[in-house]
Each structure stands twice: as structure tokens, then as C-alpha cells.
Design a protein around this ligand. Structure first.
Ligand SMILES: *Cc1c(COP(=O)(O)O)cnc(C)c1O
Length: 404
């Protein structure tokens, strides 16, 4: 686990911008991207950043600037990418459960589209026929990922068209002569086992002969990053080797070479992010000591939503004697960030940093308890700059309609 901003830098950012604050280190994202590129060198591969992990327009623009494409989960994410200046050829919209009008909107923008239901595929065929190359999101019926909530390819999952409906897909495709460019699957998040991707591959390989115009196999995202010191990330070299091997094993008709797409979210932005909080109160209940910080599940919901582990440091007193704490938020709801965690002695006013806060942190933040969402700061070339203001009281009332 490599955190690239020092305690001193984080303390100075907290001093300048206040707390709570989300901080993102741009160069760390680049480092992660370069790991992907290096591991898959020699493979015909393209990476699309799953922007739902962190959609601040400056982050999207930065990721575009380092040569990575952008994957979107809603039409508004497509609009943010366009707003950031990303070329339409470098934007992919992987839809699920959406109204057909959003697919029409995406086609209007000219971006790549993956369709995930038979009804939308049918509507797409009727409207665009052979004229707009498109992808199909399939459900491979594979269990993968850190836990059930973040597993998306299993045989009870809502995502994708189940592979056993292949005949129905083929019928629609044939009827409207749909240009199927891509077969897509995304099995889940926090995947540490390269074999999961290979299994996905194997499922897709069987389908390739059914789609002669195929150009792309899209294996989705979900690469695991370390959350606990000492924990391992997915081994990209092993993954790349297995992917190459699988491709070599399956010689395609006419030696046609398929491009492989991936959609990493977490892998690119998890470790670049820090949530800096300040300790409001120490509550010593003799059997347990609570350190209550000026944040909560309104800012970072992953611990309560996914039982996610976020490494925490007391950057105000790193050398203090170790004691055990429950680090909690100020929301009127049980919102533990950590339970019975050993940390250097925590005092009122200390700064606690939650690591791996880049992915699904700010992005899932809310105004619950009428609290403000925090500011976001981006550090690039050693300079810390504000990229989103914290909410203000006006923001809380902005869209409310006061009846006379
Ligand atoms: C969320 C998502 C991803 C990214 O998942 P990570 O675990 O953040 O890598 C990729 N593809 C699709 C379709 C997604 O919905």
C-alpha cells in the first residue's frame, strides 16, 4: 500500500482548506494507470476509467490527459466526460436498467454503448439497424468480488443479459442486422483472483462465433487494491499473462484480433484519495473509547454499506502510545469508521485521516442530517487546489419549494 502524500502535506492542506476535506493526489492516479499499461504491454488493450468512482470534472479531465478513456454509468456521467473535453470516441456508456431514451441520448453524442437488456437491444435494433456499432453486456453467471453487494455477474444478478438467453439475443440481432462490436461483462469489485477474468473470458469465447462483426471483448473492472497494510493488490502481471494465454489458446477465425477493454474504477482512484477529519469529542465509556470525528456515513458510507475497511492514522500524534478506539461519525445513526482499532492516543482536535478514500467516497456522499458535503482538493505537481467547494446552507435549501 503506497500512500503518496505525507502527513505534513495533509496537515497543511487541512490548515488551508479546513476539515472535513477530500484530497486527491493526481500523480498517484497516473502511477496506477501506468501499472496497467505496463502489465498489458504487447496486448491490444484499452482502459476506460469507470468514472462513477469519482466524477469530479478535474479528475475526469486529468485521467483523459494521461491517455485513459472514460466509462460511464449514467447519461450524466457521459455529459460530465464531454464537459471535461473527452472525445466521444474515448467515452463508453455501460448501461443497466435504463430507459431507452438515455441510450438514444448517448447515441446522439456518438459515444460507445453497451446495452444490458433484451428490450433495449430490440428498440436499438429497430431504430439504428446496422448503422451504429454497439456492445452487449452479458451476465456470465460467475460469482466474484469482495462480497455479495459488490458482485454483479452471478446467476441472480440484475446486471447484463444472462448468457443462457443467447438464442434470443441472436434472433434480435439477426432480425435488425445489429452491428455487435463488443461483448461485455463486469463481474464485480475487489477481485483479487486473476482466474475470475479468465473464467469470464471462457464464457465469452464460446459466444464469439455467433457475432462475426465482433471487434472488442470488454472484461469490465473490479481490480482489487490493498485496503489494509500488507494486503495485496490484484497481480496484474499474472492477469496479463493469463489473458494473453487465453487469447492464444482460442485462435479466432481468420486470425482476427480482438481488442480487450477494461474498466478500472477503484484501481485508478482508490489510493489517490484521503478523507481528513478532525476529532470533535473523546467519549471514554470505560469499556470502550469513542473518538467522534466531524464526518460520518454522509461523507464516507463504505464502512457501513459494505463493511469496508479503511485504514486510519492519527496524523496529529503519530508517535503517541497505542490505545483502542471506536472511530465514529456525528450522524444520528450508527456510523462507525472503525471498531476497536489500535491507534496512537487520540485527543480532541487531532486530525484523523481515512485512506483509500478516492473511490466511492465523495461520490456516494449525501446531505443526510442536513450536513454539508465536504470540499474536494486536488494535489498536482505539488500544488493543492480546491476543485469543489463544501456545500453551504443555501445548497441545502436550493431546490426546496417553500409553499406559501
Ligand atoms: C462500477 C463498474 C466498474 C468499476 O468497478 P471497480 O471495482 O471500481 O473497478 C467497471 N465497469 C462497470 C460496468 C461498472 O459498473
Amino acid at each position: 500500500m503506497a500512500y503518496s502524500l505525507s502527513h505534513q502535506e495533509l496537515i497543511s492542506i487541512a490548515g488551508e482548506f479546513g476539515t472535513p476535506v477530500y484530497v486527491y493526489h493526481a500523480e498517484k492516479i497516473k502511477e496506477q494507470y501506468e501499472k496497467l499499461v505496463a502489465a498489458f504491454e504487447g496486448c491490444n488493450t484499452r482502459f476506460f476509467y469507470a468514472s462513477k468512482a469519482l466524477t469530479n470534472i478535474n479528475i475526469v479531465r486529468y485521467i483523459d490527459s494521461i491517455g485513459c478513456s472514460i466509462d460511464c454509468s449514467s447519461i450524466n456521467e457521459v455529459r460530465i466526460a464531454l464537459e471535461a473535453g473527452v472525445a466521444k470516441e474515448n467515452i463508453l456508456y455501460t448501461s443497466n436498467g435504463i430507459d431507452f431514451s438515455e441510450i438514444e441520448a448517448a447515441a446522439g453524442y456518438g459515444v460507445h454503448i453497451n446495452i444490458d437488456s433484451l428490450p433495449n437491444l430490440e428498440k436499438f435494433g429497430k431504430k439504428y439497424g446496422h448503422g451504429y456499432p454497439v456492445g452487449i453486456r452479458l451476465r456470465p453467471n460467475i460469482m466474484a468480488g469482495g462480497n455479495l453487494k459488490i458482485s454483479t455477474g452471478h446467476d441472480k444478478s440484475k446486471f447484463g443479459i444472462p448468457v443462457q438467453q443467447l438464442e434470443a439475443i441472436k434472433k434480435i440481432v439477426a432480425e435488425h442486422r445489429i452491428f455487435i462490436r463488443t461483448l461485455h461483462l463486469h463481474t464485480g469489485s475487489d477481485i483479487s483472483d486473476a482466474d475470475v477474468f479468465v473464467k469470464g473470458f471462457e464464457v465469452l469465447f464460446d459466444l464469439i462465433p455467433s457475432f462475426p462483426e465482433l471487434e472488442v471483448i470488454d472484461l469490465g473492472g473490479g481490480f482489487k487494491v490493498p485496503y489494509v497494510p500488507g494486503e495485496k493488490a490484484i497481480d496484474l502481471r499474472v492477469l496479463a499473462r493469463k489473458v494473453k494465454q487465453s487469447f492464444d489458446d482460442h485462435q479466432l477465425a481468420g486470425n482476427k484480433s480482438l481488442q480487450i477493454w477494461f474498466e478500472p474504477g477503484k484501481f485508478l482512484v482508490s489510493e489517490c484519495g484521503y478523507l481528513i477529519t478532525k476529532v470533535n469529542v473523546i467519549k471514554d465509556n470505560s469499556d470502550q473509547v469513542f473518538a467522534g470525528v466531524n464526518s460520518g456515513l454522509n461523507h464516507l458510507i463504505r464502512p457501513m454499506m459494505y463493511d469496508a475497511f479503511h485504514y486510519i492514522e492519527n496524523i496529529s500524534n503519530p508517535g503517541g502510545p497505542l490505545k483502542r478506539y471506536n472511530v465514529t461519525g456525528y450522524i444520528c445513526e450508527t456510523d462507525n469508521f472503525a471498531t476497536d482499532r489500535s491507534l496512537p492516543e487520540i485527543r480532541e482536535g487531532d486530525l484523523l485521516v481515512l485512506y483509500n478514500a478516492g473511490a466511492y467516497g465523495f461520490e456516494m456522499a449525501s446531505n443526510y442530517n442536513s450536513r454539508y458535503r465536504p470540499a474536494e482538493v486536488m494535489v498536482r505537481e505539488g500544488r493543492a487546489r480546491l476543485i469543489r467547494k463544501a456545500d453551504s446552507f443555501d445548497d441545502l435549501l436550493r431546490n426546496q419549494v417553500l409553499l406559501p
